[in-house]
Design a protein around this ligand. Structure first.
Ligand SMILES: Nc1ncnc2c1ncn2[C@@H]1O[C@H](COP(=O)(O)OP(=O)(O)OP(=O)(O)O)[C@@H](O)[C@H]1O
Ligand SMILES: [Mg+2]
Length: 352
């Protein structure tokens, strides 16, 4: 329609503890936030099980999503969905120099060596990492992603149940890197601490180099706190959010949480060192802390001091226009909406 509103787009992130939806619109060169919504249940957050929303039946997830879309009065049908990193396989493969039209076949032939399930059962996606060093060594570096077909089919069914037009399905780490790193070429480490998992991503010279899933989460911290202090999960979750790593007299909460956090940091360091060993001239210059747990008091400073690297809390809405009355809320929800925002931004990137 000539004089109608510019089309808007949805980013839908079905996380382990909550479902987030963002609606963005491109207007006069900028990107505007039209709407956002979240389905979150405090009881679910504290369920002592390791299930994700995505393990629910499609009908149930579609119902939760319907609620969000209705409450936020979202009408657009144009949707991008994220896939959890833990359901996909990620690897970097090296190919000898070859003509561009030979690469797809070579990737397919090599894939079975890296993927622990039959290639027929997955959907493969790949992209070339353009790096001079690799070319000097006469090789082409390819980032390979494989997602099981049954996972993909689940999302296709959810979109169909909602009458949404499924534009893309993307592994969440790609969305997150798009929202948080943008054009920045510095070696950057993203740590996303969610409800049931932690994802780490290294982006360097604008390309994803490493994605890794750690067995750590916001809920793991709540459980640790509850056990160590002998308090209920509900109370522990309240302490985690209100006190976290704040230095207080007695500092019971901080000292109960630190061993688990140090263990997570050790896991991150191990992954980071794997990348740095392969790229000895590079150095991580920036850490971005994302996911709901990024807001835990004192965590950002603690990570920064442990790594001795500048660390910031994720702000995926940084370059997005929104009414100034929302400033506080947006700052608070920002870290847990990184994936949803990055997904919606994919639409505008395609049209560049
Ligand atoms: N202010 C806060 N302080 C500490 N923890 C917090 C705070 N706010 C949220 N959390 C924790 O963040 C977690 C939820 O994060 P998030 O919304 O990113 O999860 P998710 O995307 O559903 O999960 P995942 O990424 O694992 O799929 C919960 O464990 C919650 O306890
Ligand atoms: Mg998440």
């Amino acid at each position: 329609m000539l004089f109608g509103k510019p089309p808007s787009v949805l980013g839908i992130d079905i996380g382990t503890t909550s479902i987030k939806v963002v609606e963005l619109q491109k207007e006069r060169g900028g990107v505007k936030l039209r709407n956002y919504g979240e389905f979150f249940s405090p009881e679910r957050e504290l369920l002592p099980v390791k299930t994700s929303f995505i393990s629910f039946f499609e009908e149930e997830i579609a119902d939760f999503l319907k609620k969000i879309l209705k409450e936020a009065k979202i009408e657009t049908k144009n949707a991008h969905f994220s896939l959890p990193l833990f359901s996909s396989f990620f690897t970097i493969i090296n190919l000898p120099l070859m003509k561009p039209d030979e690469i797809p076949e070579a990737v397919k032939l090599q894939a079975h060596q890296y993927i622990p399930v039959p290639v027929e059962e997955v959907v493969l996606d790949w992209s070339i990492i353009e790096e001079e060093e690799a070319l000097f060594e006469n090789k082409i570096q390819v980032l390979l992603v494989a997602v099981p077909k049954d996972v993909i089919n689940k999302y296709v069914r959810i979109a169909r149940l909602l009458g949404l037009s499924l534009k893309t399905l993307e592994v969440e780490s790609f969305s997150e890197a798009r929202a948080l790193v943008k054009e920045d070429k510095r070696p950057t480490l993203i740590i996303d601490i969610g409800g049931r998992t932690t994802n780490i991503i290294i982006v360097d010279k604008g390309f994803i180099r490493l994605c890794h899933n750690l067995d750590f989460s916001g809920f793991a911290l709540t459980r640790t706190l509850s056990k160590r202090l002998g308090i209920s999960l509900k109370r522990a979750a309240e302490f985690q959010k209100a006190k976290g790593l704040k230095k207080e007299i007695g500092g019971l909460v901080r000292s109960a949480l630190l061993p688990a956090i140090d263990k997570m940091i050790f896991g991150v360091e191990r992954a980071m060192n794997t990348y740095l060993a392969q790229h000895p001239k590079r150095k991580i210059e920036r850490i971005i802390l994302s996911g709901g747990t990024a807001n835990m008091p004192g965590l950002c400073d603690y990570i920064s001091s442990k790594f001795e690297i500048k660390t910031e809390i994720a702000d995926p809405f940084k370059e997005i226009e929104f009414p100034s009355v929302l400033e506080e809320v947006i700052k608070e929800i920002g870290p847990s909406f990184s994936v949803a925002v990055g997904l919606a931004l994919a639409e505008f990137e395609k049209k560049k």
